[in-house]
Design a protein around this ligand. Structure first.
Ligand SMILES: Cc1cc2nc3c(=O)[nH]c(=O)nc-3n(C[C@H](O)[C@H](O)[C@H](O)COP(=O)(O)OP(=O)(O)OC[C@H]3O[C@@H](n4cnc5c(N)ncnc54)[C@H](O)[C@@H]3O)c2cc1C
Ligand code: SF4
Length: 545
């Protein structure tokens, strides 16, 4: 038989290999399409992941500075945004907490009323949970027990729960570290090793126990024919043959992302494109493509309704604790201190102490100069009263073993906007810049809880230095910017994730989320991508027009 001559290099090109991208790649391959996944980050194996966060070049992603890791921090006026950058997207660095948001999220934001979300979504959450291997955490570490005790002291002990996580856990009572044949996909997947509770999920799992996307969705997509191109950054997407709505297909240009010197761009053609470069990545790319004239019809709503889950990072350092607080899984448990405020106990693995450089003594008060003065007063006062204890608090070594980070998230709505502008300090090119009202860095009830936690544990309540000095909160949960809406005047995609103004173009990542979830977003991004892909027919029934 003659090999089929294809007019296009691929049927679909997926840009980014995180949650939305991996689901898209797997489901499209399963439907018979020829799929390529273009990913800016590197491919990681358990043995190539860094041992601790001091191995900066293998942890942080800033390739122009020679840092070729998988964790990126982007500074904006309104938030410092943390995100992953790797084959498998944010799953390589994420804490694997996979929670379903409350039903109320479907009634707010621009997606409200566009579909029967409450009856449609449960089946997609179920599929996403099965594929990501979600189960209740059976491994409570010392940090989780402390959270429970502090919650009881604060009168909210009844809200304590074990997180639901995407980790291959050992059977209760058995030690971790044992390898079993594929436990998730009826033999189609990889052999897997059980979790040893080292607390290292955020630094990448070096034991193969975390259910990262390269071990599930993306693995299956590649096994069934998808081609993954790592270390390749997409720089342009243009309709072919100058047919403005893309109904003739697209050309996609990519450059090598990990070299210092520019290399020739690679060109691929395809019939359809799925943007899945994360909320920040997709916004950045679409702003650039609208501006350079490649995709001029992208909605003017691009960059609006960006949400940060209203987060604040606080915690407690407990140098006197005889237990190693880094043990357990990265986020093992959570509590609700009130109807809107959710707190999770987070940890880094032993030796990964670099984040300790950003930790300081907790300081209350409204943001601004008065809070900085109060903070200085607290630090100086503490140095006078307890010089050795205070110096020990600021010592980075041992930070991970002595610290519980409290990740506070609020389900109350609050949003910012991203624009594509020349910043005053660098007029040579445009960047994403944030605009809008301030995102609160001070959540009084969360600070009160941190103090209670510290008192129960015999330690000192801590918060993040940038939150106090610059009044900028940190978040690992940036969502929105290309939200689902009924028209291009309200959002960038319709309720089937089709980009307004273009044919066969989709967005499947955190950027489409149109409400503040109040819980970690990856399960919702996965479930939404499952739903979006369910509308695309198998290749035999595809009508590209
Ligand atoms: C430290 C940390 C811990 C977290 N823990 C949790 C948790 O426990 N639970 C949870 O639900 N969420 C967690 N998150 C958040 C979670 O990682 C993200 O919400 C999720 O990964 C977003 O999925 P996505 O599909 O939108 O994109 P991502 O998973 O971010 O993937 C996007 C991919 O696109 C690539 N890309 C970007 N631009 C381009 C381009 N131009 N060309 C090619 N490729 C490109 C990026 O390199 C990236 O790999 C955590 C995040 C961090 C940083
Ligand atoms: S706790 Fe350790 S072994 Fe378990 S999933 Fe996380 S990194 Fe892997």
């Amino acid at each position: 038989m003659q090999p089929q001559a294809y007019k296009f290099d691929f049927d679909f090109i997926v840009i980014g290999s995180g949650f939305g991208g991996s689901v898209s790649a797997h489901r499209l391959t399963e439907k018979g399409y020829r799929v390529a996944v273009i990913e800016m980050g590197r491919r990681w194996r358990p043995e190539t992941l860094p041992r601790t966060s001091w191995s900066l070049h293998r942890w942080l992603w800033r390739p122009k500075l020679g840092l070729r890791g998988f964790f990126s921090m982007r500074l904006f006026r309104h938030a410092t945004i943390f995100h992953g950058c790797a084959v498998g997207g944010g799953s390589i660095t994420y804490a694997s907490t996979l929670l379903t948001p409350p039903d109320g999220v479907w009634n707010s934001g621009s997606w409200a009323g566009l579909a029967n979300w409450k009856s449609e979504m449960p089946q997609h959450y179920e599929t996403a949970s099965r594929m990501l291997g979600v189960s209740e955490n059976t491994i409570l570490g010392p940090a989780d027990h402390l959270l429970q005790r502090a919650a009881e002291a604060a009168g909210c002990g009844h809200t304590f729960y074990r997180t639901r996580i995407g980790i291959f856990q050992p059977v209760r009572g058995e030690p971790g570290g044992k390898t079993f044949p594929d436990p998730f996909f009826g033999g189609d997947g990889l052999p897997r090793t059980t979790c040893i509770a080292c607390g290292g999920c955020i630094m990448g799992c070096r034991y193969g126990a975390k259910n990262t996307l390269d071990l599930n969705y993306l693995y299956l997509a590649e096994k069934h024919g998808a081609r993954v191109l790592p270390e390749s950054k997409v720089t342009d997407v243009r309709p072919l043959n100058a047919v403005g709505d893309g109904s003739d297909g697209y050309e996609v240009l990519a450059v090598k992302s990990t070299t210092w010197f520019p290399r020739p761009r690679r060109r691929f053609t395809c019939r359809g494109v799925v943007f899945a470069a994360s909320s920040l990545g997709t916004m950045e790319l679409l702003f650039h493509l609208r501006e350079n004239g490649s995709l001029p019809a992208i909605s003017a709503s691009l960059g609006q309704h960006v949400r940060t889950n209203s987060e604040s990072l606080i915690g407690a350092r407990i140098p006197v604790c005889r237990k190693d607080l880094s043990q357990g899984v990265a986020i093992g448990s959570g509590i609700y201190i009130d109807q809107h405020t959710h707190i999770e106990a987070v940890r880094y693995p032993k030796g990964s102490d670099t984040m300790g450089l950003l930790a300081t003594i907790l300081t209350d008060g409204r943001p601004g100069a008065r809070r900085i003065i109060l903070w200085l007063k607290n630090v100086v006062g503490s140095l006078f009263r307890r010089p050795f204890t205070t110096l020990r608090l600021f010592r980075p070594w041992g930070w991970a073993q002595e610290t519980v980070i409290l990740l506070c998230m609020q389900a109350l709505d609050g949003e910012i906007e991203m624009r594509w502008q020349r910043p005053w300090f660098w007029p040579l090119r445009k960047f994403l810049v944030s605009r809008g009202g301030k995102v609160p860095t001070y959540i009084p009830q969360a600070n009160e809880f941190a103090k209670k936690f510290a008192a129960v544990a015999g330690g000192t309540a801590m918060s993040m230095l940038p939150e106090i000095l610059f009044d900028v909160p940190g978040t690992a949960h940036c969502i929105g910017g290309c939200v689902i809406a009924d028209s291009s005047s309200q959002g960038v995609v319709d309720c089937q994730h089709r980009v307004f103004g273009y044919k066969n173009m989709y967005i499947c990542d955190g950027s489409v989320v149109a409400a503040n979830l109040g819980v970690n977003p990856s399960l919702t991004i996965t479930a939404l991508a499952e739903r979006a892909m369910s509308f695309i027919p198998p290749v035999a029934g595809a009508s590209w027009g």
